[in-house]
Design a protein around this ligand. Sequence first.
Ligand code: GLU
Length: 472
Amino acid sequence: MSARDNSKKVRTRFPPSPTGHLHLGGARTALFNWLFARHHKGTFILRIEDTDISRSRPEYVNSIIEGLKWLGLDWDEGPYFQSERLSIYREHIERLINEGKAYYCYCTKEELEEKRKAALAQGRKPRYDGTCRDKHLPKKPGAVVRFRSELVGETVLNDLIHGPIIFENRELDDWVIQRGDGIPTYNFVVVVDDAIMGITHIIRGDDHINNTPKQLQLYKALGYEPPKFAHVPMILGPDKAKLSKRHGASPILEYKEEGYLPQALVNFLARLGWSYGDQEIFSIEELIEKFDISHIGKSASIFNREKLLWLNAHYIKEEKDEGLARKLIPFLKKEGYQVPDIDYVKKVVSTLKTRAKTLSEMAKMADFYFLEEISYDMEAAKKFLVPDIKEAMEEFIKAIEKLSDFSQDILENLFRDIQKKYNLSTRKFAQAIRVSLTGRTVSPGLFEIMAILGRERVLPRLKRAIATIDHV
Ligand code: GLU
């Protein structure tokens, strides 16, 4: 690396093709580029690679952007759209043609297909045979433009993760840089844009390693200095196969729908391939401070949903009640609950944040806080709503009706007095009240939930429980 390279301000990019939603792999690529830029106080660019008109969709652009925003990966420039930059690519193609570094090719699809088949039949790797390479053919509608590759010698990729990778140029061929419909191809536009946009580091999936020699030759032909490349190993499923829906991997925004917090996903993605000792939990600030390419591993990383859940539980616990309450509200509404006000929800989350692993799980656990009429777990009702507790419960109700202060401590004292008076075990009496109020035998602290539910919810539930005793 020359001194000049060192002084260059870091510029990275995330260039998704909007042919699908943002998935884990793409999100991780975006995160690594973002972290690298933020670590070096550089610039992070978003570029939408939408030259494949038949497969690109505006709704994917929107969902990719929404996914990045949700993860908090903000960009400093863009989004640029390659479909709006065709004249720039056109100029570059003309320049290469004029310099004899690219040429028009008239070979038809049928001819190429026949040659391909013949090569395969003879056990050769199919590659363009150079029919039009030296013909200096003029432009013609439908003609493709091919790059005049260097076919001898080697092209070396000094990858920041994998070290030097040597490609024999004879393995390459004169590849198409502009299709017959006038649209330039990925390997061409990516180089032009990365060069013009002054990208200094390209961090991307290692499925692009094989494209890199073509791209490096093109930088040379165009007279542009290539950026540094870091090819990140793939994310695999637990069965070591390429990560897919089958492994439970969903588009990023589905994680949002399932009640994951963006901090959890960011932390999870960072650790897929990158490490810092054996530390697992990283705040964003810490990731920015510690992230570097040298700690990206050379081998594939394995997707582990348990770990993601564990991280999510951690970040749910960490989040302030107010923020968590706001995030939980859509999930409560999805369950069909009437949501009174944010203060009530804040109290609710304070009792559930150490128990739920996702927001949707929390919304389900919170049912008794919101439903007018809870339903009993029948086993629990049978076991705890029994005649023995009837009198104690009746006295508890009467005392509650008279209470001027419906706070945890007062409720607890009252409970203890009555429990003693009727000689009931704590468990027996507490579980009877718990089942009456929540329908279940497991819940947050009994007096905590009573204070939150308030007298107006507690009383009818206790009365209903008594009425149930003789019928279960
Ligand atoms: N649009 C390409 C993709 O989504 C970008 C690859 C690259 O980073 O060069 O795979």
